[in-house]
Design a protein around this ligand. Sequence first.
Ligand SMILES: *Cc1c(COP(=O)(O)O)cnc(C)c1O
Length: 410
Amino acid sequence: MNEKEYETKLLSTPYPKRDAYGALSMPVYHALAYEFSTAEEMEAAFSGRTEEHTYSRVTNPTVQYFEERVKRATGAYGVTALNSGMAAISNTFITLAWSGSNLVTSRHLFGNTYSFFVKTLNAFGVEVRFCDLTNLEEVAEAIDERTCGLFVEVITNPQMEVADLEQLGRIAHNKHVPLIADTTIVPFPIFRAVDFGVDIEVVSSTKYISGGATSLGGLIIDYGLFDQYRAPLLQALADSSRSPFHTRLRKEVHRNLGAYMTPEVAYVQSIGLETLPVRFERQAAACKELAGKLQSLPEIQGVNYTGLKGNPFYEVSKKQFGDYPGAMLTFDLESKERCFGFLNKLKLIRRATNLFDNRSLIIHPASTIFGTFTAGQREMMDVKETTIRLSVGLESVDSLFGDIRQALAR
Ligand SMILES: *Cc1c(COP(=O)(O)O)cnc(C)c1O
């Protein structure tokens, strides 16, 4: 889909009902419960025969409108908005997994996703199998008839490894296992995950979509193309639903876990969606330009941005994401001490976690995001003491480059 089409579809998403005051932006429906004219209508709504709202942990008009916009923009079958990216990931796997199942994934994972898999989910009897996703034989061998899903991040951070989704999708589908991808780093509409074999997308909308660090949010985007789920509770729905996953998620798991998006967040993130391609384009182009400039600095030992020619993932990155694979890069300095000295001297770039704020943000992942991990775990995950991660905002490339140069000076 080209971007103009995205904007057109998004901006013309109709309300399910005419707004009482003709409001142009979907208002924030700060309602908790909803009133019915008759007991019969109430019965129909609660049983799911009609689609009226009953209670805002289950659905809410403002959140539903946000979901509808994402649905139109992606062409998905079902979209669920939750109150963080981690809620999207945890709701997805609690829907897919069962005690005695396993999931196959990479050693390179977002810190809390790793912890959710190896601690939280594992405590309920789900085995986590880590693979090198660039070794397709290893991935194929790890999948068996108790595998509930193959999970990948489209570009890992801070390792900057790109998953070849077409290949991984083929392996997963041959074995009747769904491919689930975290697309936070290159979200729709820039990257059409479904075209590369992804069955379910999870996104931290906290990042690009929120419009610049306005709020926490998460999305589960189900394309409804996969129907051979193995969890007993999903199999039970196979005959009655086009997507057993979406049905179980909406009728059971998300209601029970209670992490639905709030209407205020849906309102601001819905506005964030309107400017998503424009912001992405500017930030990613600036990131690429800056990555090129940083390569010329002798103090920097290696710049990792998959859109640079010569990057080991350049070809697969270009195939999947085009010329501008996001607005995040990493680079290495000679030691941890050198990284800290550099960070402390920055004047414009902010020392903070988070990605895709409108401001540029910088962090030393090994001592922060992965700071509570053991040295052995960090080594297993290829998180190095010498790596710095930069998320490029909307400032000018010249001023960002200038700040980096002055902070590198001894
Ligand atoms: C931030 C992030 C998450 C978690 O999202 P939250 O909204 O902070 O819960 C998951 N995956 C990736 C790739 C992220 O960058």
